[in-house]
Write a protein that binds this ligand. Structure first.
Ligand code: R5P
Length: 340
């Protein structure tokens, strides 16, 4: 058989907007493959219970199909739905798909929930490993995500495989077609981001500098100290990170870089969560001239409105990349070139 079976896309409630974009990109791919049976996009409904419990119900027959379930656990468009609600909706969708005799169930999570705790410091849980276990126990045998916070999480899966995509190439293409990259330095906002910054610097063909950040883990989002390794005087700066949560890392890095003589600063992050009042903090930093633009991706789906309210925000869509990977997996074609 040349494919894994009929490709069906299924969205949980908070994954629907991103799944719509994947579906649009898949339609274009199928338009160029007239001999293939088209994919289908099937409906699911979320049923809430008065005590706060939740379950997903699949509305159509999926027996024998190759199912891709899309869920965005952090959903800025529905702030009343917690990450945990959305996770439970996802687990019950996977379980429902397995119990409905889908041939294979793949989970598409543009951001892997709880990924920031992949090791323990004190008497605490390794939550990323728990999520991997729960996903496998629900019945998924493949997970697709992008720029997972720690690549070691792949090793937490025993029965399922993880495909970790990268947004950097898309961000590089977008950025180089709009902004000048001569006289630019790529900066890692912390030592953990050094590999990513090295990739950016190699592909932009520019120098590298690193901010050395120390956190106080007894206080949520609190950064203790930051110092710069490298030279940014009279240079433009590009800072690429995986996550923006409170914004503390980026904003502290920008202040340090400005003190060190940086000219224009450009920011990029695959997962712009903007927790709490982070948008207002970036707005203030923008008014103060700390940066020129912040490029995020729709892996955290914010819709059109956000960029209208905040003129410093630009979005790159990673949905076509997800669509191509889903298509290649279904057609049993190689995905390695898409994962770089
Ligand atoms: C840290 O290891 C990550 O790569 C990000 O730098 C961090 O999660 C960003 O968090 P915040 O915006 O709260 O500083």
């Amino acid at each position: 058989m040349s494919s894994r079976g009929h490709l069906t896309l299924l969205a949980c409630e908070s994954g629907r907007a991103f799944a719509d974009r994947i579906a649009a990109a898949l339609r274009q791919i199928y338009n160029n493959e007239p001999n293939l049976e088209p994919f289908t996009f099937k409906r699911s409904t979320e049923v809430p219970f008065p005590n706060g419990e939740i379950k997903t119900v699949i509305e159509e027959n999926i027996r024998g199909e190759d199912i891709y379930i899309v869920q965005c656990c952090d959903d800025p468009l529905a702030p009343d739905r917690s990450v945990n609600d959305n996770l439970m909706a996802l687990f019950t969708a996977i379980d429902a798909a397995c119990r409905s005799d889908a041939d294979s169930v793949t989970t598409v999570v543009p951001h892997f929930p709880y990924a920031r705790q992949e090791r323990k410091k004190a008497r605490e849980s390794i939550t990323a490993q728990l999520i991997a276990r729960f996903l496998e126990d629900s019945g998924t045998r493949k997970v697709i995500t992008i720029d997972i916070h720690a690549e070691a999480i792949e090793g937490f899966f025993h029965q399922a495989t993880l495909e970790n995509l990268h947004a950097a190439r898309l961000i590089i293409d977008y950025f180089s077609s709009r902004y000048r990259i001569d006289n630019m330095v790529c900066v890692a906002p912390d030592v953990g981001s050094a590999d990513r910054a090295r990739f950016y610097s190699k592909n932009f063909g520019c120098d590298l500098a690193i901010c050395d950040k120390a956190r106080d883990y007894s206080k949520i989002g609190k950064i203790e100290t930051m110092r710069l390794v490298g030279d940014v005087r009279d240079r433009d700066v590009f800072i690429g990170d995986d996550i923006i949560a409170t914004g503390g890392t980026m904003i502290n890095a920008m202040r340090l870089l400005k003190e060190a003589g940086a000219r224009d600063i450009y920011l990029a992050a695959t997962l712009p969560f903007f927790s709490g009042n982070a948008p207002e903090k970036f707005d203030r930093a923008y008014q103060q001239g700390l940066f020129r633009t912040l490029i995020g991706t729709d892996a955290v789906f914010r819709g059109e409105q956000f960029a209208r309210v905040y003129p410093w925000y630009e979005e790159v869509s990673v949905a076509p990349l997800f669509a191509q990977v889903i298509f290649n997996i279904n057609q049993k074609r190689s995905v390695s070139a898409l994962l770089k």
